[in-house]
Design a protein around this ligand. Structure first.
Ligand SMILES: *Cc1c(COP(=O)(O)O)cnc(C)c1O
Length: 242
């Protein structure tokens, strides 16, 4: 591990921390309500390892093929050589035939967007004796290019997935459209929060949803102000290589 990688990363982490704390303060939230997922999809193994060694315990990837090498190096051995425990988040769209690779390795799934996927996750999790915490991805912005359920589809979807006993719906996830002004993403994040509250008021699930996975490099402060509990940071935190 070169120290240069670590030193550069430490500077970024401190800067991001400062901005997260400021956003929490501005919105009257406590810093410990917001969890950081370091999205390592744009960086090589050495940087992902450095991020983990510097204390970024939650790591996010959106394709198993790209994540494999990092997962094996960081979590693949029986005893974690760093003495801690990495927690992996699957944040990209998940093909049903990849469920067998991902479940058991990635603790959280952020991209649940269809019943066939929920059923495949449930089946695999039950074989492994696990309960998988999932976020339902919602296409709040209505952009054609975005994955996720339409907000109107959510009640019926929740009614169906609550029957799957090896899967636990803990919250909602969304991606805001790319905006040059972060402020313009606010209505999307606010709508996701409102949707979570509305679903909880209707008590469709046995337990209320507590989590909101929203906010990326360009818009995480707005997401925090609107109630994000998980922000997914790639470029701004661990950088972009190659
Ligand atoms: C790549 C990705 C991120 C991180 O993107 P940055 O803008 O680099 O922070 C977050 N969420 C999802 C779903 C992604 O695919």
């Amino acid at each position: 591990m070169t120290n240069a990688i670590k030193e550069a990363l430490q500077v970024r982490i401190e800067e991001v921390e400062r901005r997260i704390s400021a956003a929490c303060e501005k919105s009257g939230r406590s810093r410990d309500e917001v969890n950081i997922i370091a999205v390592t999809k744009y960086v090589a193994l050495a940087t992902a390892e450095a991020a983990y060694e510097l204390g970024l315990q939650h790591l996010g990837e959106n394709r198993w093929q790209d994540a494999k090498e990092k997962w094996e190096a960081i979590s693949g051995s029986e005893t974690d050589e760093y003495g801690g425990q990495a927690v992996w988040h699957f944040i990209g769209s998940l093909q049903t035939n990849k469920v067998k690779d991902v479940i058991g390795k990635f603790t959280y799934i952020h991209s649940l967007d269809r019943l066939s996927l929920a059923e495949a996750i449930d089946k695999r999790a039950s074989q492994l004796g696990l309960t998988v915490p999932c976020f339902i991805q919602v296409n709040v912005s209505g952009e054609q290019s975005k994955h996720g359920l339409e907000p109107e589809e959510l009640p019926a979807f929740l009614t169906k997935v609550k029957e799957l006993s090896s899967l636990r719906i803990i919250g909602l996830m969304t991606m805001a459209p790319y905006e040059t002004e972060a402020e313009e993403t606010r209505p999307v994040f606010r709508a996701l929060r409102d949707l979570k509250n509305e679903m909880n008021e209707r008590s469709i699930l046995p337990e209320p949803m507590t989590e909101l996975s929203m906010g990326m490099s360009g818009d995480f402060e707005v997401a925090i102000e609107e109630g994000a509990t998980w922000i997914r940071l790639g470029t701004i935190l661990v950088g972009k290589e190659g």
